[in-house]
Structures are given as structure tokens and as C-alpha cells.
Ligand binder design. Sequence first.
Ligand code: ZN
Length: 508
Amino acid sequence: MLPFLALFAACRPPLDEPVALPVGLPTTAPGVILLAMVDGEGAVTVGGTVQAELWVDLDGPEDERYAFRYLVLDEAGEAIYARSTLGPLIVQEFLAYYSEDAGFDLLGALPQLGQFPVLVPVLDGAASVRFEARGDDGVYKEVGRYDLGDVEADDQGLSDVVSGAETLHDAGDSRNRLDIVLMGDGYTADEQALWRSDAELLAQRILGTEPLASFADRINIHRVDAVSAESGVSYDCTDTCGMRDTAYGSVFAIEVANALLGTDYRSSAIFQLDQWGVARAAATFPWDMVVIVANTTHTGGFAVHYATVPKGSSDWTSTGVHELGHTLGLLGDEYESDACIRSDALGLPENVTDAPSAPPWAAWIDAETPLPTPDDGGWEEKVGAFEGAWNCPSLYRPAHSCKMRGSSYDAFCPVCAELLARRLFRYSDPAAAVTVGAGAYVLEDLFPGARTEWWVDGVLAAEDVETFTPDAVPAGSSGEVEVRVSATTPFVRVDGGDLSETWRFDVR
Ligand SMILES: [Zn+2]
């Protein structure tokens, strides 16, 4: 048999017109937004969809940071794809805390607080989507299902509150870029020029803050305009404490409780009653992140499905970047001025630990730095484990100062910067694709300075080249060409696979 096989292999044509058969899923797929909603029992239903030009980055290592995930199933109910994604658990925990404390069911009174968007990929053979939430026991349980055959009929389309749109920073094709959409709420027709200049200020602040500044050529920033009937936002308690008619229904939710119950909770939390409306407006662009600017003098800031920043402080653009740190980096607050809200299901953000002697960011800690790390004595410039984070006692943060500790700090600490850089590569891969033609393999949209390795039959054939032209298929070849691409950046010491990408081709 052996001579025959060897002969057969030797007879293969050279690689002048190789046929590329990517293994597995593409790196990016078109997406559709499911407008989902969680009720008081934790059940998730879908009340509509948004079909637009949207993209889902399919690759990258899976993780369980969000405690909520969707599975795309085929007709037989087998999972084609699964991804953990922003979901309702943080909102549920947040509302449950205040509801219990105040003896008032916030989600029951305002069910639209349970609204959230889920962007799912449109994949061949997909029939339905199953939602799962993690319990305190760490086990995921089904909380809802959606039949993808209903996407067309359920389409709510783009929002009709959108009055204009412009790309403020264009770094390239959205399929391989982090797309941030800036939206204004509480800006009247007379305040649209103010909105445009506010959006420009925020865009410049985002692009001027590391590590985002160093990745500006992987970030698009867009502005979506909407006219609000009234200036300000609901319950900003400036001239009056009440509802205002604005484009997306931004509200200082805790001020509602304070007004109703006579309580005096700190009221920085602001979000939109029309969560679905935000998603429908943002879909003017292929969005990944939304930052909403609330045109009010009330201070605060909040981030769950979208980041929201009110203009109450003189340095509100810094707060805007802090809020984006929550949604992009999944970073937790490192201060202690709000309620301590913890649950086993949610776990802790990656920049917060309850194990100060062995923090998850050990790669950034010098051997001589004491753990936990004192807040004085010359350690302030070092990465360590400093007490005080996540509004809870006995939790530790990586640095003395960081933008997640407070908006008055201009910079993210090295650990938060690393987590932001890693997340950015969830939306923008080190290369967009490999194209094959005329005997050559070409990496498209290669990240500057990325390392590349080209393997044929498991043997390294070339390194650090953007274009690879293999020799004729050698005798006995399995026909496998593999390219491994990894971006490197001083912002990342441990990348967990986020910065790497592998493509395989069968050239036979
Ligand atoms: Zn925060």
C-alpha cells in the first residue's frame, strides 16, 4: 500500500490554484438584534428584532464573564454556536437589592427595566436561540427560547427618533473594528449644535485615553442624533423631580425611589426606559458599544447594556470613558461609595479580587511588592492588591489610582488597560481574513507588528510574513496549511488567547 499512496500523493497538482476550505466557522458573521426582556421570575422573552447591517465576531476564546449566554441551535436542537454575552443578570441583582431594601418591587413597577438587546449571528442551518443564565450554583439553566423563523416578522426596524448620523472617526471596515456609537438624550432641537460638539469632545477623550489611543486605528466612532421634546432627563431633580419627554427615556432610577419612598440613596445610576429604542437607533451603524450622553446637570454615570454619562460634572468626558470601561472591559468599579451588590452567579469583575495574596493580575506585580499592598509607603505607583473596590469590604483592586477608581483619575491602571486591550481584540482580530489566490495566501487587515507563523503539515514554513506562497504539496502531505497570527502590545502581558487567531486550510 505504501508505494501506491506515495505515488498518489506525489501526483497532486502544485499549489497554483489551491482550493481553500476554512475549517469551522468564519471569524465574523452578519448579526441580528433580538429585543429581549426578563421578567420578575427570570424568564427571558423576545419582543422584536432589528435587522440591519450588524456584525458578530465569532471567534476568540469563550469565557463566562457575563453569567448569561445564548446558544444558536439547528433544527435538531444541536448547538452550532454559543457565546456568553451581556444579559439581564446585573440588572436583576441591582433591582433586587434596591427592591428588597426599599420594600418595593422596581421591576414589577417598571417592567421595561428588564429590556435588553442580544446580538446573535445569522448562521447557516440555525433554527432557534436558547438563552441560559448562570445560577448561584455556577450551573447554566435555560431561561428562554426564540424561533429564528420569526426574525423577519418581528423586525421593528431602525428607530424613527434618529434625525441624523455621522461617522466621527473612520478606521475601516466595521467587520474588523470596534464600533462605538455615541447618542445624546435630552437635547432639544435648539440644542443639536451643542450635542454635536459634546459628541466630538467625548470621541476625542475616548481616542485620547490609553490603551484606546494606541488602538485608534482599530476603533470606529459614530454619532447618532435624536431630538428630544424636553431638555434634561427624567428625575434629574434640577428644577423639578419628575418625568421628562426625551428621545430614549433616560432616568435617574434611584431618584424615582427617593421621590416615591422619601429615601436618600445615592443616585448616580442613570439608564434608559427605552432600552430597545436605544438598540434600534444605534443600529444606524454596525454597533458594538453605545455611549449615551444625558444632557443634564445632575452628576452620575452608569453602565449595563449601554454606558451612560450625564454632563453634571466639569470632567464628564472622563466619566464617559470610565463608563465605557465597564461595558468594553467588563471592569468593575474600584471605589466604595455605593451599595455592595454581590452574587455567586455574577462573580467578581476581573479587576477586583477577594484573594489579595494571589490576585489574578499577578503578572503585573513585582516580587518585592507586599500583598495586600499598603496605600502609603511608596507603593502607590506599583501594581499590587489595594484594599477597597466594588463598593464592598474586603475586596482589592490592582492599583492605588485608576480611572475605574474615579473619573478624576485620567488613566486606567495597567491591569484595567490590559483587560480593555484584550476585549478590544474580541471585536477587532489581529487579521480580518486569509484570502487565497494565484498560489498565495494573504492575510487581510493585519494588525501592525503582528507575529505570523505559516505551518504546512505541522512544520513551520515561514514566519512574520503577510503573504505566503507554499511550494508544491510534498509527497505524503496531509494538505493542511495553518496560519497563526498574534498581535503583541506592551499593554498585554497575559492575553488568554484574545490576541491570537488561527486559520486552517485543506489544500487538497
Ligand atoms: Zn463605574
